[in-house]
Design a protein around this ligand. Structure first.
Ligand code: PA5
Length: 426
């Protein structure tokens, strides 16, 4: 399902130098003896997930699909990025899915919130509020606003049936509210952090409402879990990616650009950026995760990558089989001189653009390229890819010697903001 190609990675050290360290860290992960080991629930989740809850997710999603035009997914960071990544990657940017998924609770922009209010004015909607802490301010403000609109429109009792809470099993303001109001509730497990939570109800409920096969997604992750349960760096490609990142950081690269050749994968890049950025960027260490969608961004960032300062390397996610393809037509006038491509497909051109770019960036520009080939971006492939990156991230960050599973730095701006807002006790 996934192949890692390091032939253009310009590594100055042999992978095999890290064989022993990787085998040790494999056991640290498996035996749960490392830093942040109370957040390793994602490792077994693809097989240990709550089976009863999955059935409930699927049946509530089916009911919501019958009843509404729009599902408002109200969450931020790990509480929405994975769902959005999956939904856009699999359904595309102009989905024919019956229910439109709209993301709120991820901004303080009054413009955006007002636009959503206007947009849903004459549409049937439901809300899935997702928050592990239950107290995230962006999410809480949006939920308060849309809950009030739902209650005014449908009445308190009927609105109750259109609100689904995904939160901690016992604590937090959202849990209390959900219990008091009798909302349908799904649980975010204690031992799975936000950025590792896409395969829990956090991601699976909105993904199921979007009409995607969540069982296949979990199966993809379960198969990846089995595949990468291998301590040997020389055969474990997940660990090869993690180790290549580690070597490139030691070679002085400060940034990793996650590159795709599909516009609908832009949110996969956002999910990946949170995963690596929040896991690794602490103690003044870590590689800056950034992203590009090619060939689009080759017309903006391409110059810098090719000839600018050598701060970054690229990790290119290639999808072997596109979800759809189309042939370039022949034109008798050939005024655009494109007839040499007539009969070829657009995906063929995309793949050649990718091949040519990797060669140009690596062999002319001296920019290392790690290439990851994913067979297909369907529900199964997405689940497989999620587990691959989650495990690679955990190992890579352990190699750096920091705790991959906390995020102490994200509180600093909140403290300042609360003080400025006059929050009691701040
Ligand atoms: O990964 C994380 O921990 C964060 O991105 C959180 O997911 C994000 O801040 C939202 O938190 P919560 O789910 O508590 O509202």
């Amino acid at each position: 399902m996934i192949k890692v190609n390091l032939s253009n990675a310009l590594l100055k050290e042999d992978l095999s130098n890290y064989k022993d360290q990787v085998a040790t860290l494999h056991n640290v992960l498996k035996d749960k003896t490392g830093a942040g080991n109370d957040f390793l629930g994602w490792m077994d989740w693809p097989v240990d997930y709550d089976k009863e809850e999955l059935e409930r997710i699927i049946s509530v999603a089916a009911k919501i699909r019958e009843e509404v035009d729009v599902l408002l997914v109200c969450g931020i960071g790990g509480s929405y990025l994975g769902a959005r990544a999956a939904i856009e990657a699999i359904n595309g940017l102009f989905p024919t899915n019956k229910v439109q998924i709209i993301y709120v609770g991820n901004t303080f922009s009054s413009n955006y919130i007002s636009q959503v209010i206007e947009y849903i004015k004459d549409k049937e909607f439901a809300i899935n509020c997702i928050s592990k802490s239950g107290t995230t301010t962006e999410t809480s403000i949006a939920f308060r606003i849309f809950k009030e609109i739902a209650e005014e429109r449908y009445g308190k009792e009927k609105a109750r049936e259109r609100i689904i809470a995904t939160t901690d099993k016992e604590k937090g303001a959202l849990k209390t509210l959900a219990t008091n109001m009798g909302y349908e509730t799904f649980v975010i497990p204690d031992d799975i952090g936000g950025r590792y939570s896409v395969l829990t109800a956090v991601g699976l409920f909105p993904i199921a409402v979007a009409g995607i096969d969540v069982r296949a997604m979990l199966q993809g992750a379960a198969d990846a879990r089995a595949k990468y349960d291998d301590p040997d760096l020389m055969t474990n490609e997940c660990y090869q990616y993690a180790t290549a990142r580690h070597i490139l950081a030691k070679q002085g690269y400060k940034a990793e650009m996650f590159v795709t050749y599909e516009l609908q994968l832009a949110m996969v890049a956002e999910w990946w950026k949170q995963l690596f950025g929040e896991s690794e960027g602490k103690e003044n260490k870590g590689t800056l995760p950034t992203s590009g969608t090619f060939s689009t961004d080759l017309h903006s960032l391409g110059q810098f990558i090719q000839e600018g300062s050598k701060v970054l390397y690229e990790t290119v996610l290639r999808i072997e089989k596109p979800q759809s393809d189309l042939e370039i037509p022949s034109d008798p006038d050939n005024l655009d001189n494109l007839n040499y491509l007539a009969g070829k497909t657009v995906d063929y051109v995309n793949k050649k653009a990718c091949e040519g770019t990797i060669d140009a960036h690596t062999n002319v520009g001296g920019v290392p390229n790690i290439v990851i080939d994913l067979e297909k971006m369907d529900a199964y492939g997405f689940g497989y890819m999620v587990f691959f990156f989650e495990k690679a991230c955990a190992l890579s960050v352990y190699m750096l010697g920091v705790n991959p599973f906390n995020q102490p730095g994200v509180e600093v701006y909140k403290k300042n903001m609360f003080k400025l807002l006059g929050k009691p006790g701040a």
